[in-house]
Design a protein around this ligand. Structure first.
Ligand code: ATP
Length: 231
């Protein structure tokens, strides 16, 4: 979505409001819809246009010209029936990109069958992120690939500073840590797929991919450093 596009966001709970206001701040044309007039009033001035209608009524959506929109986000969560009905209407209007929010696996699988562009699970995604943030301390950012595998941004263990990736055990997935170094962030520079002879220097940030337990080992190596100096 590089240039300005028209996006309809339906359902203005916390998730829908965040999506709608962020897109508007990014410069997009945002039509926000909720059946609850007070939710719509709360959003005045924060989106292009906010309207209070029942989105399960196709005539209401047609009146708003939604069939000409390129993007629609169905942000209704708890009311599964409404979420599915609205999604069916939007898909039948041939809106090119329909993204739908699901609260449960069954809800998400049903939306998938409607061939939406993508299904998002804000609650479980946040829960998973929090769990990883808590139990992988030292990891600056984590992106889950599966429940046990992810991408992380980490500070390299101190004891490896001024050593090459090879000397530190980061040269490849079969090396000491069983992870892959995808990139090194050095100030504003990104070194993609760094060579195994690249030296790690202070303030480097490593972007690594691998199983969570291996990522924990790398982060744990930082903690060991304290013990080693104490010896
Ligand atoms: P969040 O977790 O994002 O805060 P929520 O769980 O509080 O959401 P949901 O039940 O997912 O609330 O509903 C989100 C919004 O969708 C509510 O503001 C609700 O009024 C709106 N909504 C539900 N059904 C419809 C509908 N048929 N038409 C328009 N808006 C609807």
């Amino acid at each position: 979505m590089a240039q300005q596009t028209q996006v309809a966001v339906i359902g203005l709970g916390r998730f829908g409001v965040t999506v709608a206001t962020t897109l508007y701040q990014m410069g997009h044309d945002v039509l926000a819809i909720d059946q609850n007039p007070s939710k719509v009033q709360d959003l005045a001035g924060q989106v292009t246009y906010a309207v209070a209608v029942d989105a399960t009524d196709e005539a209401n959506l047609r009146e708003l010209g939604i069939e000409n929109f390129e993007y629609a986000v169905v942000a209704i969560g708890a009311n599964t029936e409404a979420s599915i009905m609205v999604t069916v209407i939007l898909k039948s209007m041939n809106i090119p990109v329909v993204v739908a929010r699901a609260n449960t696996k069954l809800h998400g699988e049903t939306l998938d069958r409607l061939r939406v562009s993508s299904v998002v699970y804000p609650e479980s995604d946040m829960g998973s992120k929090l769990a990883h943030d808590l139990f992988l301390p030292g990891v600056e950012q984590y992106m889950e690939l599966t429940s046990t595998y992810g991408f992380s941004k980490i500070k390299p263990p101190m004891k490896y500073l001024n050593q090459t990736l090879k000397e530190s055990g980061f040269s490849n997935i079969r090396d000491r840590y069983g992870i892959s170094v995808v990139a090194i962030q050095r100030e504003n520079e990104i070194i993609l797929s760094p060579d195994e002879n690249e030296n790690l220097v202070e303030d480097d940030i490593l972007v690594i991919a691998g199983p969570d337990d291996q990522i924990s080992k790398v982060v744990g190596a930082n903690e060991f450093k304290v013990d080693e100096t104490a010896e």
